[in-house]
Design a protein around this ligand. Structure first.
Ligand code: GRF
Length: 194
């Protein structure tokens, strides 16, 4: 499977996927990494010799024009699957329509609990004793698409946002790799999804 991965930040989940793709038995490889800003995580693409591209949100007059430019760039890589991995922008409906259902996102909460940009912080603020990680198909909403995989992660007393997030990320990474494998080996058929 040809993967394009989009990031906005440190890209630790991207790095974990790049490492997994080094395994010749894993039936996917990252053909390009894209970002909406000069994300620190782009260095991981460089280290693994994977091409990267930047479509800076701030360089475009509207979200729609930015989205069209991003979609055009993504398409040049002919991906089988586009993965949002710490990508912190809402995609315009036209981009979702063009890519979905081959458009996945990982989220550091047990959706539909705690959607949005601060899922980890929100779980802590709510006093949750457990949260989770989820892999979904992106739809027009925010973290509201069909759930492909999810798993509970405990919240421990004294957890900071960073500590809890660091406990969630490895689960996100494992779930994402499992979903990619399930798609590559036909156990998940994205076209069947609503
Ligand atoms: C991940 O938990 C992702 O689900 C969330 O932000 C985090 C990104 O971490 N949206 P990183 O950039 O992969 O380190």
């Amino acid at each position: 499977l040809r993967l394009v991965v989009l990031i906005s930040g440190g890209g630790s989940n991207l790095r974990a996927l790049l490492e997994r793709c080094e395994d010749p038995a894993f039936p996917a490889h990252v053909v390009a990494v894209g970002a909406d800003r000069d994300a620190e995580g782009l260095v991981h693409a460089d280290e693994f010799g994977v091409p990267s591209f930047l479509v800076p949100f701030g360089h475009y007059a509207t979200r729609e024009v930015w989205g069209a430019a991003l979609l055009e760039t993504i398409r040049t890589w002919a991906p089988d699957l586009v993965i949002l991995s710490g990508f912190m922008r809402l995609l315009p409906a036209a981009v979702v329509d063009a890519l979905a259902p081959a458009l996945l996102n990982t989220h550091p909460a047990h959706l539909p609990e705690f959607p949005g940009a601060h899922g980890v912080r929100d779980a802590l603020a709510a006093g949750a004793t457990e949260t989770g990680a989820s892999v979904i198909v992106v739809d027009h909403g925010t973290d509201s698409g069909p759930i492909l995989a999810q798993e509970r992660v405990p919240v421990l007393p004294g957890d900071t946002e960073a500590a809890l997030h660091d406990r969630i990320k490895p689960v996100e990474r494992r779930l994402l790799a499992d979903v990619i494998l399930d798609i590559a080996e036909g156990r998940i058929d994205l076209e069947e999804l609503a």
